[in-house]
Design a protein around this ligand. Structure first.
Ligand SMILES: NC(=O)c1ccc[n+]([C@@H]2O[C@H](COP(=O)([O-])OP(=O)(O)OC[C@H]3O[C@@H](n4cnc5c(N)ncnc54)[C@H](O)[C@@H]3O)[C@@H](O)[C@H]2O)c1
Ligand SMILES: [Mg+2]
Length: 352
């Protein structure tokens, strides 16, 4: 694809052709599909569908990993026909991305229908047999997916969940109508537009200069510690949330902050995780754990954390009844945050 672009050169302005990068072409294509229902319907004809059942993605096993298969529109129609389901179900699909060759990718849930029919879920085992896979809860499968499938399925699940939960206008009570791509819903009676939402969450790795602070919630797998996390309250900046969460959860005052990275996180219902490093004043490091939020929190040395990062495999109970100290897997942004801290500490301890 080519685009006219204006380039100012020695005070003259002239037009030239500049080929668009694959990334820009893809982005523009997806934008068009979100804006134009007819173009999106057309894209479904040649597109591919990720399948879900009750928000659990269809997965196939391959060499200790899960793979997320995609199905063509024809295959999907055949499947729906076989199980006596209406092809209208395809209208509930949501656009989640496209390939570099502009094959549009959609996600559709075969276990939920617009009237919440319970009978819809009764075909699950038969569908699994037919599709040579299983509908597995995303929470159980996420860490055994490659990064691309994990990201596609997380987006898909968040979007499908949002549509399922926003079928009615909160002002008029009337049913809302989704656009073909699923990037919004509109109330036909008052034209209010609803856009999919995600909740901003900060995740902060607090350091006192030599150690970092990690914590556990009782719901975490045994032995696993992570950085401090918390939802942003309405009206707060990221900086304010970090200061509040650290004070609330461990009773410390943050001195400085540094942004690290962000990540979409599908749990509990679609969050934007914003990861930052924070430091506390030396000498003001005494932790006071808020037991309503956390099971425990503690300072860990660089060596303890570096060793835990290298630990792989399953975490079974030790002979003394305790579980080894381990950290969230690579795909979680907390892993990236902790790894970055370990690397920085290693660099700063090297002789100049
Ligand atoms: N990807 C990662 O590496 C990673 C690591 C740790 C935590 N997390 C995620 O961060 C999220 C937040 O962490 P937390 O549980 O410590 O948060 P938190 O400390 O804010 O405590 C959770 C409580 O906040 C309240 N809350 C306020 N706004 C909410 C909203 N929009 N949705 C749900 N609850 C809301 C609820 O009462 C909830 O029980 C968790 O859901 C977890 O999945 C991700
Ligand atoms: Mg928290």
């Amino acid at each position: 694809m080519f685009l006219y672009c204006g380039i100012a050169c020695r005070r003259k302005f002239f037009w030239c052709y500049r080929p668009l990068s694959t990334y820009v072409t893809k982005t523009r294509y997806l934008f068009e599909l979100k804006e134009d229902d007819d173009a999106c319907k057309k894209a479904q004809q040649t597109g591919a569908f990720y399948l879900f059942h009750g928000l659990a993605p269809l997965l196939q096993t391959s060499a200790h990993q899960y793979l997320a298969p995609r199905h063509s529109l024809l295959e999907l129609e055949r499947l729906l026909g076989k199980f006596g389901q209406d092809a209208q179900r395809i209208e509930d699909s949501v656009l989640i991305g496209c390939s570099e060759q502009q094959e549009a990718w959609f996600a559709v849930d075969l276990g939920l229908d617009s009237s919440f029919s319970i009978s819809a879920s009764s075909h699950k085992p038969e569908m699994e047999t037919e599709l040579k896979g299983s509908f597995i809860e995303l929470r159980k499968a996420l860490f055994q997916l490659n990064a691309r499938d994990a990201s596609m399925l997380s987006t898909a699940q968040a979007l499908l969940r949002w549509h399922d939960a926003h079928q009615f206008c909160s002002r008029s009570g009337q049913p809302t109508k989704k656009n073909v791509a699923g990037s919004k819903r509109v109330c036909p009676s008052n034209n209010i537009i609803y856009y999919p939402q995600m909740a901003p969450v900060v995740i902060t790795l607090v350091s006192d200069g030599t150690r970092c602070l990690l914590a556990r919630q009782s719901s975490f797998p045994k032995g696993m510690y992570s950085a401090l996390a918390g939802f942003c309250d309405i009206g707060e900046s990221v900086e304010e949330t970090i200061r509040r969460e650290v004070a609330e959860e461990v009773g410390l005052e943050v001195e400085s902050l540094q942004y690290c990275a962000s990540q979409h996180w599908p749990f509990p219902s679609g969050s934007l995780m914003i990861a930052c490093h924070a430091t506390v004043k030396p000498g003001q490091t005494e932790i006071q754990v808020n037991l309503r939020e956390l099971e425990t929190a503690a300072w860990f040395s660089h060596d303890e954390v570096a060793t835990a990062l290298k630990r792989k495999g399953s975490y079974t109970q030790q002979q003394n009844g305790t579980f080894p100290f381990w950290l969230p897997p690579k795909l979680a942004i907390s892993h990236q945050l902790i790894k970055e801290w370990v690397e920085k500490q290693t660099c700063s301890s090297l002789p100049a």
